[in-house]
Design a protein around this ligand. Structure first.
Ligand code: G6P
Length: 474
């Protein structure tokens, strides 16, 4: 039977050892969260990296592989040094900052990292080819595997291959900085369909392909190597029904009530992000500081709650960034804290989804202010959790989600003063306005959920990969 093979760098389950015992935990991040539902519903096979297994004993490694197989997950094991160059060095040291327009963070002395990136993409190709049976659809995900579509095309010329980019595709003027731009564009063009979150990302890619390879720029299709490659716009979403179900769960509602009680009548303004420099946390903290400075009479009426989920901790840029954020939180709390309260309640950890939904339910205002973000699913989760159609969302205009979530309070995250003003506006938003905006947002997220997204992408892939009907050629 034809199957769906999902291929991403990270599996949705991470394997590690905790005090000598084997642990399987849910991976964090938008991609894993989003694809979990389609993986289950479609009985798909998921191929990816399960985390570093170097500290596992041979028996634990076998046990882990068996447990993963039971979840239809196929591990791609990588050696520690190779993984470091591929993941920290190239994927997150070069591609991640470049694709998010943060050029000062790009590691351009990355020749060896690039070599590892190619090798790891080839390793993924070996495993996908070994899993593949004719008729399967292969769906490759994200910037860690940009070379994979062409590697697969070479070995499986007739396969249906889709690629989806979960991050922004930047302007061609930014992309051309990359010394390996040509190989990357060729890698992607091995797919039958390349999907993006927004029309702007798709335009940027088409312009880059035109610039780098000289292909005719097309809006929804390119010709390359005698093949047609479709370019689709498919804004990713969340499992809205699942978030809604959790938001109605009595235990989750009780937890939300506890969080509210603990705030003692103050409005709760919430931020939830991986602790990543693209998420705009320092500027958000400065906006909070500006708000506290400007609004002395509101200081005791607002509690800022920030959940910063640990991420990519082995990469130097992330360790430096963590220090900056922790120092800022300490400084602002030191300046504005009183005997009874500190303005910013900061947590550096990951929490189970039930508790995250309790936070969404408890928050009067959700502050989502990335400097750049492919989509941002936290914004959509907040909306889906607000089953009473109240609360307010403040959303960066540089998140892909802003092209869909027009009823949010839109901000430029670089403009600290206007973010401070948006916080003031959102906490004072009249209930009728909250209802009007949230009902519209929630309706949209409920209909365009992750299952509709996956279906639309796979339908387009079928059309893009279908052989020409006989006699159709002119
Ligand atoms: C973003 C990326 C994903 C990635 C996730 C978590 O959502 O688009 O590809 O999996 O962040 O990051 P990590 O490096 O921990 O996989």
């Amino acid at each position: 039977m034809a199957r769906l093979l999902i291929v991403s760098n990270r599996l949705p389950i991470s394997v590690r050892v905790d005090r000598g015992a084997l642990c399987l935990t849910r991976s964090s991040g938008g991609l894993a969260a989003a694809m979990r539902g389609p993986h289950e519903r479609r009985c798909a096979v998921w191929i990816g990296w399960p985390g570093s297994v170097t500290s596992l004993s041979p028996e634990q490694r076998r046990d882990a592989d068996v447990a993963l197989a039971g979840m239809r997950a196929v591990p791609v094991h990588l050696g520690a040094a190779e993984q470091h160059r591929f993941y920290d060095g190239f994927s997150n040291g070069v591609l991640w900052p470049l694709l998010h327009y943060l050029l000062d963070k790009v590691n351009l002395d990355a020749e060896l990292d690039w070599e590892a990136y190619q090798r790891v993409n080839e390793r993924f190709a070996d495993i996908v080819v070994a899993q593949y049976t004719p008729g399967d659809a292969i769906w490759v995900h994200d910037y860690q595997l940009l070379l994979l579509p062409a590697l697969l095309r070479r070995r499986l010329p007739g396969a249906r291959i889709g690629f989806f980019l979960h991050v922004p595709f930047p302007s061609a003027e930014v992309f051309r900085i990359l010394p390996w731009r040509e190989q990357i564009v060729r890698g992607l063009l091995g797919a039958d369909l390349i999907g993006f979150h927004t029309a702007a990302y798709r335009r940027n890619f088409a312009a880059s392909a035109a610039h780098v390879l000289g292909v005719e720029p097309g809006e929804a299709e390119l010709e390359h190597d005698g093949r047609r490659v479709a370019l689709g716009v498919h804004p990713i979403s969340i499992d809205a029904a699942e978030i809604e179900r959790l938001a109605g769960h009595p235990g989750v509602r009780e937890e939300a009530a506890r969080i509210r009680a603990e705030a003692r009548g103050r409005k709760i303004v919430l931020g939830i992000d991986r602790l990543d420099y693209t998420k705009g946390i320092p500027r958000r903290l400065l906006a909070i500081q500006r708000f506290l400075e400007r609004e002395p009479e509101l200081r005791d009426q607002v509690r800022f709650l920030q959940l910063a989920v640990p991420t990519r901790e082995m990469a130097g840029a992330y360790a430096d960034f963590r220090r900056v954020v922790h120092e800022m939180v300490g400084r602002i709390n030191g300046q504005y804290g009183t005997t009874y309260a500190t303005p910013i309640h900061y947590m550096h950890r990951s929490l189970p989804l039930e508790q995250v939904v309790a936070l969404y339910l408890a928050a009067d205002v959700m502050l989502v202010t990335p400097l750049r973000d492919g989509m941002n699913l936290v914004a959509k989760e907040y909306v889906a959790a607000r089953v009473d159609d109240d609360g307010a969302l403040i959303l960066s205009e540089f998140a892909g989600a802003s092209s869909e979530l027009a009823e949010a309070v839109s901000v430029n995250p670089y403009d600290i003063g206007s973010v401070a003003a948006a916080v003031k506006q959102a906490i004072a938003m009249p209930p009728a306005e909250q209802q009007r905006r949230m009902a519209a947002l929630r309706g949209r997220v409920a209909t365009h959920d992750v299952h509709a997204w996956a279906q639309a992408f796979l339908d387009e892939l079928d059309r893009a990969a279908a052989p020409e009907p006989e006699g159709a050629a002119a």
